[in-house]
Design a binder for this molecule. Structure first.
Ligand code: SF4
Length: 209
């Protein structure tokens, strides 16, 4: 097996049914939740969006909220003021285009606070589009495993992963790498001693030499 196959094999063993850990029932709830999750944990976002989406269960109801009210609802998450502005703007944009999240990268890219990572997560979850969203976990794990180099930016990491792994594995791999980074290969104190990938891991090799 080559390195990519070894990684896929181990991630499939660890995370048989990987899925997004942000809670959502509607397409626009996922888009808003992913935007809110920047530099914040999914758990914290779920604590905010749970009651908010329950009480305001349509785009129209969310649109009735003032900026101050949105800030009040989401104030426990990081950068809540700018995220509240993005929130309001995204809700208005979605209503203007008919009330659904389009499978249209360019249209989504024009929305406030919506970047490439958010679009990749949304399109892969809602439309099964093959995408590798590079979040902080995927970024870190890719570099540690030597799938990307230290100097690579987010886009370069995404390109390298797309070259190294088969297209039909991309979305699944994204979820698995997020979970692996969140629970195994954590930013601080990664669980290297129990990790089956240590024989091919650049970071581990550095640590023991
Ligand atoms: S050996 Fe350690 S650093 Fe390398 S992938 Fe495993 S947990 Fe991460």
């Amino acid at each position: 097996m080559n390195k990519s196959e070894i990684i896929m094999d181990e991630l499939n063993r660890l995370f048989e049914n990987p899925k997004c850990e942000l809670n959502y029932k509607k397409d626009y709830e996922l888009l808003l939740a992913v935007m809110l999750s920047a530099q914040t944990t999914d758990k914290r976002v779920n604590m905010v969006t749970g009651p908010l989406f329950e009480e305001y269960d349509t785009l129209e109801k969310l649109n009735s909220l003032t900026l101050k009210e949105i800030e009040e609802h989401i104030k426990t998450i990081g950068m809540y003021r700018s995220k509240a502005r993005h929130f309001k703007s995204i809700v208005e944009d979605l209503i203007a285009i008919g009330g659904f999240v389009p499978n249209d990268r360019e249209l989504l890219m024009k929305m406030s606070g919506v970047g490439r990572k958010t679009i990749n997560v949304v399109l892969s979850n809602l439309y099964n589009e093959p995408c590798i969203a590079v979040d902080t976990h995927v970024f870190r794990v890719s570099k540690r495993l030597g799938l990307a180099s230290e100097k690579d930016d987010v886009l370069k990491v995404e390109e390298k992963l797309m070259k190294k792994f088969p297209k039909d594995s991309w979305s699944r791999l994204h979820h698995q790498m997020v979970l692996f980074g969140r629970y195994n290969c954590t930013a601080k104190n990664p669980a290297c001693s129990n990790c089956n990938l240590k024989t091919i891991c650049k970071e581990y090799e550095k640590e023991i030499n």
